[in-house]
Design a protein around this ligand. Structure first.
Ligand SMILES: C[S@@+](CC[C@H](N)C(=O)[O-])C[C@H]1O[C@@H](n2cnc3c(N)ncnc32)[C@H](O)[C@@H]1O
Length: 336
């Protein structure tokens, strides 16, 4: 089978190099399923389902996909928020992505998948849940394949991908150390990696979300979302009012810190990349992001030191670690 061949069935659509040539040939395609030994994996809606969609993320992440299926897509939101974020965090030239086969770990609704495609990569994107939303958001794009699978147990052979890409997901797995070790094995020896995690810093751990999470993670997600729909408008109003003082003055700085660290809402009004959005859209982002922070069962940030230790045992290629603004980044160094 040629590397560009596609599976053609009535619900076709599983592509990138026909799912890395049926997960590098251990799996047979048999009607609507993949089979390897005694194990069968159904292909439903063009997506192989290695795990059932009844994971912990059903209540929270898949709820986000149902409620806000397109909110984070650059091509819907206008602007270049995702594109700029990816290029800023990877520090790679856009040309680096051209013609690469990317393993995207935890694609959500597919906002990054769209960007990776736009930059010329072919993408295999895995998520536990919500992959149908991502598939719909990239409808008709045969350069992206989705699979419903856990990134702690991916069905690929080692060293299969040009790029391993994991953005805003690591901390949501039960054991980020093990997850990081697991996903890094899929990059080719001369390939590239980009991994993002929330940072384990004192300032980050004192953030309001870690104060509230012991309560909110025990709440019914529907109820939590209803609560946020109710509390977000006044909290946004308060947070915006506190930001009125000029931030270059002492009082302005203090109020800004108060607004960011004490008031339990994500107010993006003053953030880079959101300037073109109207108040209603900013409110939807605030509800989405606050729910995203408060509902996931797992939120285990990783320190730069730990990320460096793991990367040095798993990678042979040059990499760098950066910690800034509450996030830890691992990225391959790319020679210019
Ligand atoms: C905050 S979202 C980020 C999604 C996307 N990367 C983005 O930046 O928009 C976290 C995603 O991780 C997924 N996730 C959490 N644990 C996972 C696991 N073990 N395997 C695959 N996906 C997982 C969730 O379902 C969710 O879609």
């Amino acid at each position: 089978m040629s590397s560009t061949s596609h599976m053609k069935t009535h619900n076709s659509n599983v592509c990138p190099d026909w799912l890395l040539r049926q997960l590098t040939e251990d799996w047979e395609h048999d009607g609507g399923q993949l089979r390897s030994g005694n194990r069968t994996v159904p292909i439903i809606g063009g997506i192989p389902r290695f795990v059932a969609d009844e994971s912990y993320s059903r209540g929270n992440f898949s709820k986000l996909r149902d409620e806000f299926p397109k909110l984070q897509l650059d091509n819907v939101a206008g602007g270049k928020l995702r594109m700029d974020t990816i290029l800023d965090r990877t520090r790679w030239d856009p040309s680096v992505f051209q013609d690469k086969l990317v393993l995207e770990c935890g694609c959500g609704a597919g906002p990054d998948t769209q960007i990776l495609r736009h930059l010329g990569s072919r993408v295999i994107a895995a998520d536990l849940a919500g992959v149908d939303t991502a598939r719909a958001n990239l409808a008709g794009d045969e350069g992206a394949a989705f699979l419903q699978a856990s990134i702690v147990d991916l069905p690929f052979k080692k060293a299969s991908f040009d790029i391993v890409f994991c953005h805003r997901v690591l901390q949501h797995t039960p054991n980020p150390d093990e997850t990081l070790q697991h996903i890094l094995q899929f990059v080719k020896p001369d390939g590239l990696v980009f991994v993002h995690s929330y940072a384990r810093t004192i300032q980050q751990m004192m953030h309001w979300k870690y104060v509230l999470r012991p309560i909110t993670t025990r709440m019914d997600p529907d109820r939590l979302l209803k609560c946020l729909r109710w509390t977000t408008p006044p909290l946004l109003g308060l947070s915006t009012a506190l930001r009125k003082a000029p931030p270059e003055q002492y009082l302005g700085k203090l109020l800004m810190l108060l607004s960011q660290n004490i008031i339990p809402v994500y107010n993006r009004r003053f953030a880079r990349g959101y300037g073109h959005m109207d108040s209603e859209t900013l409110k939807e982002h605030a509800i989405h992001d606050t729910f995203d922070a408060l509902s996931p069962k797992h939120d285990h940030p990783m320190s730069a030191k730990r990320m460096r230790e793991i990367a040095s045992t798993c990678l042979n290629q040059p990499f760098e670690i950066e910690e800034r603004g509450g996030i830890t980044l691992l990225r391959s160094k790319v020679q210019s």
